[in-house]
Design a protein around this ligand. Structure first.
Ligand SMILES: [Zn+2]
Length: 88
């Protein structure tokens, strides 16, 4: 049961442990982010942002195990935010 929450609800892939940058507004240390580049949520995000804002950006699915909240993590490139991935 516990493992299901760490799978992305959009693509089913296991999410990656990720630490928010120090200057972000998130207080909790560790979150989980889907870094699957084929994730439909992320793929559609590019189209949506382009249509709505004429802006090259997207977002990835993010899950906060502390608050049990999930939401978008805005990204501006394929590699954005990947430098904050927590190595196992
Ligand atoms: Zn996903």
């Amino acid at each position: 049961m516990e493992n299901n929450k760490l799978n992305c609800p959009h693509c089913g892939q296991k999410m990656t442990a990720w630490k928010a940058p120090d200057d972000s507004t998130w207080t909790s240390a560790l979150q989980y982010v889907c870094f699957n580049d084929d994730c439909p949520y992320y793929v559609k995000g590019w189209e949506w942002m382009q249509q709505q804002y004429k802006h090259r950006a997207s977002y990835r699915h993010r899950y906060n195990p502390e608050t049990e909240h999930s939401g978008p993590l805005p990204v501006w490139s394929e590699n954005a935010m990947k430098n904050f991935i927590v190595e196992k």
